[in-house]
Design a protein around this ligand. Structure first.
Ligand code: S3P
Length: 163
């Protein structure tokens, strides 16, 4: 069991994209926590935020993190951007890698309306920046390794695999 890699970082830091590629390269399974919650509840993340509110979503994240800790091995796991703020067991799931991006990178990626639509907390740039600043120290604190995630996917993957 174990042998997991847990990707943490802000919205649009590339956790899902890099996670999928890293899983293929390292022959692990890929799990995305937002997708796990959607499968578990039958609702999309945006619907959970709208109808059941953020507190319920955070509860579902903790439930997911506990399941991952008890039940999952040999996987690359993309967390939701808020998980390090509410889940204290991420390091027990696997090695945590913080995909560190500048706010400019994040804001640029979230210019795309489709990317914004999936994320209820990405509607206003000011609120986004406030959360970004609040979370930076939390991500650093939860990280076993910090990866510069501003560049190309090939570069980021190379960096992760080089150890
Ligand atoms: C959130 C990030 C989202 C998703 C939800 C809340 C956050 O995941 O879990 O919208 O609080 O940062 P991504 O980091 O995959 O966008």
């Amino acid at each position: 069991m174990r042998n997991n890699i847990v990707l943490i970082g802000f919205m649009a830091s590339g956790k899902t994209l890099i996670g999928r590629a890293l899983a293929r390269t390292t022959k692990r399974f890929f799990l995305d926590c937002d997708a796990l919650i959607e499968g578990y509840t039958g609702y999309q993340v945006a619907e959970i935020f709208e109808y059941q509110k953020e507190a319920r979503f955070r509860e579902l994240e903790r439930l997911t993190a506990h399941w991952l800790e008890r039940s999952v091995g040999n996987a690359v796991i993309a967390t939701g951007g808020g998980m390090p703020t509410t889940c204290d067991n991420l390091r027990r799931i696997g090695e945590t890698l913080y995909l560190e991006c500048t706010f400019e990178t994040v804001a640029n990626r979230l210019k795309n309306a489709i990317e914004r639509e999936k994320r209820p907390l990405a509607q206003s740039l000011e609120i986004l920046q406030k959360r970004f600043l609040e979370r930076e120290p939390i991500y650093k604190n939860a990280a076993d390794r910090i990866i510069d995630a501003n560049g190309s996917i090939e570069y980021i993957l190379g960096d992760i695999i080089a150890g």
